[in-house]
Design a protein around this ligand. Sequence first.
Ligand SMILES: [Zn+2]
Length: 74
Amino acid sequence: MALRRFDIQLAIPTAIYDAIPLAKKIAARDAIRDLKALAVKINEGLPNEEMTVKATYHICKHDEGKPCEPGQEI
Ligand SMILES: [Zn+2]
């Protein structure tokens, strides 16, 4: 069984993110949640299980050389 697997990392500058209308942010969040609900762990229960049901968000400060804020599941 093949899968459609997404690996997405999007680091959006805060000023640009903040300018996105709230309804658009919520729609994006909901779309991610809908896809996440369909996802499965690859080889679940086996030694080679992969965590492929994961979508997280955090405020990242790597560009400032500082630690990131705690992440949260989407
Ligand atoms: Zn980070």
